[in-house]
Design a protein around this ligand. Structure first.
Ligand code: KG4
Ligand code: ZN
Length: 365
């Protein structure tokens, strides 16, 4: 089955072609630089950029995959949640393509796509094949080269999944494929938002998460003691706005600290340690309580090296199998949308109506 997928829920315009679980092409045009000037995503600008970039991005995805529109078996797009005007661009374009080709259309929940993205893995081979984006960014590991990304649902096992992005922080138990239940979510700011907002207080550019990750590498995570909100709370919910506020007061009381590069690194490491400890502790606790043997993580914040490392340590200690989404699939991309759409069609989930609407506030349950 060959599927064209589009993703325009926030500030990445992305198109991908997937076939039989394999990602043939994955093209992402990021608007990060455009929004950095405003310190956050400006919805109207995001929508205009999607309108400008969607066709070239979709054309590039088809051409890199070597696929003609007539060879497509289905078209998929993110239906929600996301910025309404941004979602409309990819969703309505995908419906129009499906209508023109007389093929099924699949509207996908963005977080559900993140949820299953850790099952997409790199394939390694000794021979080097060229031809698609995923292949051309192949890197060496033990002399082998990556020949592509492929969904590996044969290895599926029940798991507890952490989805951490700029907009959401969710803990989900996945009992079987396409059968999941949300255990908890953030009651205020998301983990990525906490990185971005505390970084902004330090004068870092948006989005600050990757820069805090980089600065924290040479900082002391024990230098400053920030609160670990809801760490010992019985629920699986998260809260990060209190941590952000305590960083605000800390900077108010230590105005000179930002002039000292090493203290800034210590501050980044200490904030990161607080966020990571809460995420890891609550994920492991939920996995134990739900009696699964596997933990997965996805979403933009899963790029964070301390989070990846601490999840690995904790899972090793507790005997859990850990599956982290590949870094290029952590941030928003259409490949995960296409892979989930294909799984849905294979599981005989009905296609989405061509006159259905976007769902900007769609909540994963
Ligand atoms: O999933 P994503 O691309 O978009 C949303 O759906 O929100 O996530 C973006 C978020 C931003 O908050 C960004 O700061 C954060 O992921 N992020 C990171 C890192 N890379 C991206 N946060 C911490 N460390 C990183 N290395
Ligand atoms: Zn996302």
């Amino acid at each position: 089955m060959t599927i064209l997928a589009l993703e325009t829920s926030c500030d990445e315009t992305s198109a991908a072609v997937v076939r039989d679980g394999r990602i043939l092409s994955s093209v992402v045009s990021s608007q990060v630089k455009l929004h950095a000037e405003y310190g956050g995503v400006v919805p109207e600008l995001a929508a205009r950029e999607h309108l400008k970039n969607l066709l070239p991005v979709a054309r590039a995805a088809l051409s890199e995959a070597g696929v003609q529109p007539g060879q497509l078996d289905a078209v998929a797009a993110t239906q929600g949640p996301g910025l309404p005007t941004a979602l409309l661009v990819g969703f309505k374009a995908a419906q129009a393509v499906a209508f023109a080709l007389r093929k099924p259309f699949v509207g996908i929940h963005h977080h559900e796509a993140h949820l299953y993205s850790p099952w997409i893995v790199s394939e390694w081979s000794t021979e080097h094949r060229l031809g698609s984006t995923t292949e051309s960014i192949a890197t060496c590991r033990d002399g082998a080269r990556r020949s592509g990304l492929v969904a590996d649902f044969s290895a599926f096992q029940p798991n507890v999944s952490l989805i951490v992005s700029g907009g959401h922080t969710l803990l989900v138990v996945v009992e079987s494929e396409l059968n999941h239940r949300v255990l908890g979510s953030t009651v205020d700011d998301a983990a990525g938002e906490c990185f971005d907002k505390t970084g902004k207080l330090m004068g870092l550019a948006y989005p600050a998460g990757p820069e805090i990750d980089r600065l924290a590498e040479q900082g002391n995570p024990k230098a400053f003691d920030f609160p670990r909100p809801l760490l010992h709370d019985a629920s699986d919910d998260f809260s990060f706005s209190g941590l952000k506020t305590s960083v605000r007061y800390f900077l108010r009381d230590h105005p000179k600290l930002l002039d000292d590069a090493q203290r800034v690194r210590d501050l980044c490491a200490s904030i990161q340690a607080a966020i990571v400890e809460v995420l890891v502790t609550k994920t492991i606790r939920a996995a134990k309580r739900n009696q699964v043997r596997c933990v997965t993580a996805s979403g933009g914040v899963t790029c964070n090296r301390a989070l990846r490392c601490e999840l690995e340590n904790a899972c090793q200690r507790e005997g859990f199998k850990l599956r982290l989404a590949e870094e290029e699939l952590c941030t928003d991309n259409a490949a995960m949308i296409g892979i989930l759409a294909e799984r849905k069609l294979l599981h005989k989930v009905p296609a989405t109506d061509l006159d259905s609407e976007i769902q900007p506030g769609w909540v994963l349950t």
